[in-house]
Design a protein around this ligand. Structure first.
Ligand code: NOJ
Length: 569
């Protein structure tokens, strides 16, 4: 039966694919496959991104406190090959080098995050502020500005101070709201004269679901069916509080903007003629991006989340919904706390309706009543979850436009990984990914979506959370085996640079030319990288092999000479 069922799903999938390939969408001017040549609005901001734990290293240096990721990654079996971010890219020590890479790319902005325990070791401001940590970010910000690169700063990219986890249970506890607000206030106070773009949280979906529901990420808790909702509830409140703090105390003086960065895959109905699939796909997006975006724009959770989690909770015999509720004061306090929306987007899924019977263990995933599918023809060069589906990007952006009143958007993450063990700088698949995704963003802008900037994810290869160093998202290759963590440009650097310099895509011939040139230069960079082990090889040749061979030659000649002499005598 399972086989027949799978066969039917495949059949529908193939059918739908055929149908939709031939179709144009109402709100589009170009169909899925076509490429749109044109430029981005003047002043469009191009950037690249990173985050503290993934790149900085120096995990226990200069007075930094422990984060939940320091502790989690040191536990055996939590991260692929038991890797840790102890050293990562040594970004803490390579500030100048990395700024020169940003310059090389001609970027307008750089997105990075501040490590909370680096500036407040216990997480509690009244305990102690670590001036050495403050100094590091001061220097980074100053150097960016000196180089005319705008800093876009994330306050929380997953590295909660461990003390707050141990003492209070981290984001399960409402007290995080005030601690986070104190940390944010410190950052506004010390850096806000120079930083004008603030992101409170990066991808809270991951924090909630992977940190407190499945336990794949730090702090590794498996509080199924409740943990994620609770964490998200406190994160949303913390975000709102920080936005109000900025609004009341700093906005007049500093004139910046405060937003949140949400990640969201697009969900496309498997069968676009089937209402159940259409509703399931809508639910997929509402349970993902909508979970956080709807409160900050409209003041409450998406109706469909309230309905589904509420009904399932009742079926379990619970008196109240597992999805917490906001009071009416809280709703009006939270509503409108977003000057811009950060969007992190990587991939798409096909979605079909699937009912999870009550009583078989309640989870966030079961609450959605849906199944995710992928088209086996979608390219998936790296991370298991990451299929390249450019058209999904345009749809997600249009969804944001219509659902939340066309807010100002910054793309805070978009990119693709590779999983190769060998040193591969000729990343033509990444060039293809960037080309197509950036093009879909351009189409979305033509649709009227208010996208102000784009951040390629990521500047460097780095610590990819529970996948360790096995998945490389960087424009620059990092040699993690080498103590100095040297960086090498991949071909995509050249390609991205050209998009930036042209502010878009001129015409087919030019763009093809860019691709060709980018892949040409990568072979010389490849040689550079290959030269690293080669240099040591050469050293061995000159220092050991040559003298040994010479000595041997002399010895052999001497023996031969003696032999000849003895024969003559
Ligand atoms: C989203 C996370 O914010 C980022 O840290 C990570 O590297 C990317 N996803 C890719 O997995």
């Amino acid at each position: 039966r399972a086989q027949r069922c799978a066969g039917r799903v495949c059949h529908v999938l193939v059918l739908v694919l055929c149908l939709s390939a031939a179709e144009d969408f109402d709100w589009t001017k170009n169909d899925r496959g076509s490429f749109y040549y044109g430029t981005f609005p003047t002043g469009f901001s191009w950037g690249a991104g990173s985050s503290a734990y993934q790149t900085e290293g120096a995990w226990d240096k200069d007075g930094k406190g422990l984060s939940i990721w320091d502790v989690f990654s040191h536990k055996k079996g939590k991260v692929f090959l038991n890797d840790t971010g102890d050293y990562a890219c040594e970004g803490y020590y390579k500030l100048k080098d990395d700024i020169s890479l940003l310059k090389e790319l001609n970027l307008n902005h750089y997105r990075f995050s501040i490590s909370w325990p680096r500036v407040i070791p216990t997480g509690i401001r009244s305990d102690h502020v670590n001036e050495k940590g403050i100094k590091y970010y001061d220097t980074l910000i100053d150097q960016l500005l000196e180089n005319k690169i705008t800093p876009i700063v994330t306050l929380y990219h997953w590295d909660l101070p461990q003390v707050l986890q141990e003492k209070y249970g981290g984001w399960q506890n409402i007290s995080m709201v005030n601690y986070f607000n104190d940390f944010a206030s410190l950052c506004f106070e010390r850096f806000g004269n120079r930083v004008k773009h603030w992101i409170t949280f990066n991808n809270p979906w991951s924090v909630a679901v992977e940190g407190y529901e499945t336990g794949e990420h730090a702090p590794g808790l498996k509080l199924r069916g409740t943990g994620a909702y609770r964490a998200a509830h406190h994160i949303i409140k913390a975000h709102a509080k920080v936005w109000h703090t900025y609004d009341n105390q700093w906005r007049n003086k500093q004139n910046g903007v405060v937003g949140i960065s949400l990640s969201g895959d697009w969900g496309e109905p498997v069968d676009i003629t089937n209402l159940k699939d259409i509703e399931a796909a809508e639910r997929y997006v509402q349970f993902y991006l909508g979970w956080f975006a709807t409160p900050v724009f409209h003041g409450d959770y998406p109706q469909v989340m309230k309905d589904f989690v509420g009904r399932k909770s009742a079926q379990q015999g619970l008196g109240t919904s597992r999805l917490p509720t906001f009071s009416s004061q809280e709703k009006s306090y939270i509503k409108g706390t977003c000057d811009f929306l950060g969007v992190g987007h990587f991939t798409t899924r096909y979605i079909t309706q699937k009912t999870y019977p009550p009583g078989r263990g309640s989870t966030y995933f079961a609450d959605r009543d849906l199944a995710e599918l992928v088209d086996p023809r979608w390219p998936d060069p790296g991370s298991e979850w990451l299929y390249s589906v450019p058209w999904g990007f345009r749809r997600l952006l249009n969804f944001v436009k219509t659902q939340y009143g066309n807010p100002m958007i910054y793309i805070t993450e978009n990119g693709v990984s590779e999983k190769m063990k060998c040193t591969e700088l000729c990343d033509d698949w990444r060039i293809q990914y960037y080309k197509d995704y950036i093009n879909e963003m351009l189409k979305a802008i033509r649709d009227g979506v208010n996208v102000k900037g784009y951040t390629a994810w990521s500047l460097l290869d780095k610590f990819e959370w529970d996948e360790g160093f096995s998945e490389r998202f960087g424009l620059y290759y990092v040699d993690f085996k080498n103590k100095n963590k040297p960086r090498y440009p991949k071909a995509s650097v050249q390609f991205y640079k050209r998009i930036i310099n042209f502010n878009g895509f001129p015409n087919l011939r030019e763009v093809e030319n860019w691709k060709r040139k980018a892949t040409e230069t990568c072979s010389s960079s490849n040689q550079l990288l290959a030269a690293d082990p080669l240099t040591s090889h050469m050293e061995m040749v000159t220092e050991i092999v040559v003298p040994t061979v010479c000595t041997l030659c002399i010895l052999i000649s001497a023996v031969f000479l003696m032999f000849l002499l003895s024969r003559r005598n």
